[in-house]
Design a protein around this ligand. Structure first.
Ligand SMILES: [Zn+2]
Ligand SMILES: [Zn+2]
Length: 745
């Protein structure tokens, strides 16, 4: 038997050519039969019709079928034709297919002349990969707007190249019976297309038409009128509901914010004409138009015709193109840009079931645009910026990321609390969940349990090992501790570092700068301004930001001025905030120590009058970064004593310059450069190893990221950053999985 393993079609092609040669040399005579097993993303991407077409073109006999591990082909005919067939299988594979492995063996010929698509086999280990949801393709779009087409304006049009996948699949193999389309019986016309090998809908599992497909709950023209009147409509999408309103209507957007209990966090916008709203670089344009269709964070145009409250105080705007036929119809009919934000309250998990949505969103919206195709699993929109994702969800999940080592046993890593995700590992493949939201409510906790169960079922994984955060109170950690399975508890910042290292395919040792807001340290204090020396198994805390008390604990996170006050006292500077004398009392009872770098940014933001109170996580730091812009300034200096980086030195500089009347943007810039320099010099003192990984929410700050990187490279370090995973806590589950996989071998 031959076994060929590669990740992508291209490299597979060359290895495969060799395999084919070897097989040819052992070939005997003309009539041969071969059995080919293909694994990877080969279901739901038009692979069987493609194989069928190849076999028919060469007049080969045999069959192709899906099974729980992928696709099995038996093919019979002249040896040369079989060789060509085998090579073409890899070289011409459909664009959405990802061949992970090919196994080929010669079997007894049966004299078969016909080629067929056989029914799926259910037996065997279930390891087929489920594809992600794919944005409506150009061919379907043409039909959607063609009055002559029988699917003209049909909001559920799809084909083998596009449409829902991950969000409608109940179990593998990917057949209609295993999707939420099972209850829609195909009409005659659809069935003819489905069974016609020459048709684009040949074995397109979710295919349907106005006669046999799902129905909308409300006429589109009524929805468009409501939106024009400034109403808020809940719209059922691929992985859940959106809340939609006219993005140009200030009152509508303000009402949406009020009802959704979301004061200032930016809202995403869906539009057919992104150029009107944002200035697009080439890379951003490519991301926007990719089959994943994420929300892309782009610099907004000053003259963008949208309400100010869509993204107050923010230079960036999250834009996306329509990605389902329903969206395309809506955007085309409505004309302008639509706010399309997740159907939830603040940071709860997105609503995805009809009844649940009506219950939870009833008070928020004026109308529901729903339909009767059930969503099998929740999946929010992904959010990316040119360099890295901020939320890896719809369009990407459940695409696997490779781990640098193979797991001894299947495992589940439960992630952190904010921007939470979990991660399921089978062999060396890490399947990251879609974005779950903040896991700090019972609603979110039960969503975590439901989603994990669905995910394990889909992947056919029974975990034997668990990994979780050290934090005593994280709900996901509590869940992990309550299971009777072997458990690896991973320190938060070690998980960050491991995520970045493993994402880059390495196991260490390396240095790590992990700058974020909050993470539970082994000494019971809050860490988050960390220089670690580590590998995937273990770590050592080399140096860290000098911790300061957070007056009032959690309250200090919402009110950065409290942190500024604590830092000013540490820096022996006067505190200008009126409430300080009262709040200072809390230092005696509730003032946990925090070394979080995010808190240092919060403090400076408050000092500069940018933001004394925040309404969403990271707001103060984001606005401080905007204030610094591209202003050049010499870095502030900051000492290190006994492995403690004295952040209060930076605060003293900020205070003194502010008192001297220096420009605030310059101060913000000098502070950014000061933080970068302090940590780069800490790395230089640590000296070895010569590789530094950068992770943590603070590295969503592009100015900080660029400066730290430059300063490290000037000091002779090789710098590894995130490009596939978000630098924020969404990467934690992947990092935990990497540590557990590497440690338990
Ligand atoms: Zn299509
Ligand atoms: Zn039909």
């Amino acid at each position: 038997m031959l076994r060929v393993k590669a990740l992508m079609p291209a490299p597979a092609a060359c290895i495969y050519a060799e395999a084919v040669r070897t097989l040819s040399e052992s070939g005997r005579g003309v009539a041969q039969r071969r059995r080919v097993r293909v694994s990877g993303i080969v279901q739901g991407v038009g692979f069987r019709p493609f194989v069928y077409g190849l076999a028919r073109a060469r007049e080969l006999g045999g069959f192709v079928r899906n099974d729980a591990r992928g696709v099995v082909i038996e093919v019979e005919g002249a040896k040369e034709e079989l060789d060509h067939f085998a090579a073409a299988l890899v070289e011409q594979a459909p664009p959405l297919a990802r061949i992970a492995a090919l196994e080929e063996s010669e079997i007894e010929p049966r004299g078969e002349r016909e080629f067929a698509i056989a029914h799926s086999a259910e037996e065997g280990e279930r390891t087929a990969l489920v594809p992600a949801d794919i944005a409506t393709c150009d061919d379907c779009l043409r039909e959607l707007f063609d009055p002559q087409d029988r699917r003209y304006r049909f909001p559920f049009i799809n084909c083998t190249n596009c449409g829902p996948r991950f969000t409608i699949i109940r179990a593998v193999p990917y057949d209609r019976a295993n999707t939420s389309m099972a209850s829609f019986e195909m009409c005659e016309a659809c069935r003819r297309e489905y069974e016609d090998p020459a048709n684009r809908r040949f074995h397109a599992e979710p295919t349907c038409c106005p006669d046999c497909g799902p129905k909308l709950s409300l006429a589109l023209e009524d929805v468009v009128s409501l939106l024009r009147e400034g109403k808020i409509v809940a719209i059922k999408g691929l992985g859940g509901y959106h809340l939609a309103c006219d993005a140009a209507d200030e009152q509508a957007v303000a009402r949406l914010r009020e009802r959704k209990q979301r004061e200032e966090k930016p809202l995403a916008v869906m539009t057919l004409q992104p150029d009107k709203l944002v200035g697009l670089e080439l890379e951003e344009e490519a991301l926007l138009r990719s089959a994943e269709r994420p929300i892309v964070l782009v610099r907004r145009r000053v003259d963008a015709p949208i309400a100010a409250s869509v993204a107050p105080g923010n230079e960036w705007l999250g834009v996306m193109l329509p990605y389902t036929p329903l969206h395309h119809l809506l955007c085309a009919d409505f004309g302008g840009a639509l706010v399309m934000t997740s159907g939830n309250l603040s940071d709860e998990p997105i609503a995805f079931e009809n009844e649940e949505a009506e219950h939870r969103l009833g008070a928020v919206v004026d109308a529901f645009l729903s339909h009767d195709r059930p969503i099998e699993r929740r999946c929010e929109d992904s959010v990316v910026r040119a360099a890295f994702p901020l939320r890896r969800s719809r369009g990407y999940a459940p695409m696997a990321l490779p781990l640098p080592v193979s797991a001894k046993a299947p495992l589940v890593a439960t992630g952190a609390e904010l921007k939470s995700t979990f991660c399921v590992v089978r062999d060396d493949q890490a399947f990251l969940s879609p974005h779950l939201g903040d896991l700090d409510t019972m609603l979110a906790y039960s969503a975590f349990q439901t989603d994990l169960e669905l995910y394990l079922k889909m992947l056919a994984v029974k975990p034997e090992l668990l990994a979780c955060d050290l934090h005593p109170d994280y709900l996901a950690s509590k869940w992990a501790r309550s299971q009777e399975l072997e458990l690896v508890e991973v320190q938060h910042h070690h998980a960050h570092a491991a995520a970045c290292l493993a994402e880059n395919g390495e196991t260490g040792p390396a240095l790590a700068l992990v700058l974020d807001g909050t993470g539970y340290g082994t000494d019971g204090t809050i860490w988050g301004g960390e220089l670690l020396r580590f590998d995937l198994a273990d770590y050592e805390r080399v140096s860290h930001l000098d911790p300061v008390p957070l007056p009032g604990g959690e309250a200090a996170v919402r009110e950065p001025w409290r942190i500024a006050a604590a830092y000013l006292e540490r820096a022996e500077r006067p505190v200008p905030f009126a409430d300080w004398s009262r709040v200072r009392e809390s230092l005696k009872v509730n003032a946990p120590l925090s070394a979080g770098a995010g808190r240092l940014f919060d403090a400076v933001s408050a000092l500069l009058g940018v933001r004394e109170r925040i309404s969403y996580e990271g707001q103060a730091a984001i606005e401080l970064e905007q204030l610094a812009g591209h202003v050049e300034a010499e870095p502030y200096r900051c000492r290190e004593e006994d492995g403690r980086i004295l952040g209060a030195d930076l605060i003293a500089c900020v205070h003194d310059d502010l008192a001297a009347g220096r420009d605030r943007a310059e101060i913000a810039a000098a502070f950014h450069e000061g933080v970068a320099l302090a940590f780069a010099e800490a790395c230089a003192r640590a000296a070895e190893p010569k590789t530094v990984v950068l992770s943590g929410g603070c590295f969503q700050n592009l100015r900080l990221l660029a400066s730290v990187r430059r300063l490290l490279e000037e000091r002779g370090f090789r710098v590894l950053v995130h490009s596939l995973l978000p630098p924020n806590d969404a990467c934690i589950s992947f990092g935990q999985a990497a540590v557990a996989t590497y440690s338990v071998r």
